[in-house]
Design a protein around this ligand. Structure first.
Ligand code: ATP
Ligand code: MG
Length: 260
């Protein structure tokens, strides 16, 4: 499909194409396409841009990842389709392990996702085949199977596009959970330690940039950034942002739709 460069929603259409491609190749599941549509709806409300509270959450998340003893980034089909190069780059910048973790787990999907990551520069990819032999308590989906050297042992886990149940289970294990979720009202958003209400397509590159900036910061400075973050307050700011943007649109009409 050809999308004109001037199309106002070009980025969004390209993202859809990448997901459809991943679906055809068998590593994106149909449920992943539905989840993306849910995300797009919220992205429209944000104006398809990284809003100030999201940037603050990204900064806190990067600080937490840089401070972590054992950071792990969890990758599913949608993430592999949307930001393969960027997620590998982020893992490198914060020295995190990459682990495939799927709600709808099959050997072929695990391997296909690991292959996509390796093609985009990843070294080791955890969570494939017999490597996923530890179990997260209180979870019933296939997502409870994790790598003993990865998510199971992690102190900080980045879970882009996560499910509410698993976020809660990981929190109960005492982990710091960073979620990227366009829906500020989801259970995931409520349960995570740090919720980034932004599209993974913007959030992950933004985190790479922040990681490069913060890599030189002292541990004290990183700790100050991470500990001054308050997730509940941040989510309130996101909702207030959306509410005032919608009121503004209601007053001034659609002319604001495509401007930042
Ligand atoms: P929950 O289980 O957290 O209550 P849910 O069941 O609606 O919510 P899941 O399918 O478990 O959601 O997870 C998908 C989440 O990811 C949705 O909240 C959706 O808005 C969000 N999402 C989908 N695509 C993107 C994207 N590209 N960037 C960021 N978030 C996204
Ligand atoms: Mg869910």
């Amino acid at each position: 499909m050809r999308i004109p460069p001037s199309h106002p929603r070009r980025e969004s259409l390209l993202a859809r194409e990448r997901l459809v491609e991943g679906f055809r190749e068998g590593y994106v599941v149909p449920q992943g396409l539905i989840a993306h549509g849910r995300g797009e709806c919220f992205d429209y409300l944000l104006g398809e841009t990284t809003i100030p509270p999201a940037l603050e959450a990204e900064r806190a998340a990067v600080a937490a990842l840089l401070l972590a003893r054992h950071p792990v980034i969890s990758v599913n089909g949608n993430v592999a389709a949307l930001v393969p190069r960027e997620i590998v780059e982020l893992a490198r910048c914060v020295n995190a392990k990459l682990e495939v973790n799927l709600f709808y787990r099959t050997g072929e999907r695990e391997e296909a996702i690991a292959r996509v990551l390796v093609e985009h520069g990843a070294g080791e990819v955890l969570g494939v085949g017999s490597d996923a032999s530890c179990t997260i308590p209180e979870l019933f989906s296939e997502r409870r199977r994790v790598s003993c050297r990865g998510i199971y042992a992690a102190d900080v886990v980045l879970v882009p596009l996560e499910d509410g149940d698993r976020t809660e289970a990981l929190r109960k294990m005492g982990k710091t959970v960073i979620a990227i979720d366009l829906n500020p009202l989801s259970r995931t958003a409520r349960a995570a330690s740090i919720t980034i209400v932004d599209n993974v397509v913007r959030a992950v590159p933004s985190m790479v940039k922040l990681a490069r900036e913060l890599r030189g910061a002292s541990r004290d400075e990183l700790a100050r950034i991470a500990s001054s973050f308050d997730n509940e307050r941040n989510l309130k700011e996101v909702i207030a942002y959306i509410a005032s943007r919608l009121l503004e649109l209601a007053r001034r009409g659609g002319i604001l739709l495509y401007s930042a």
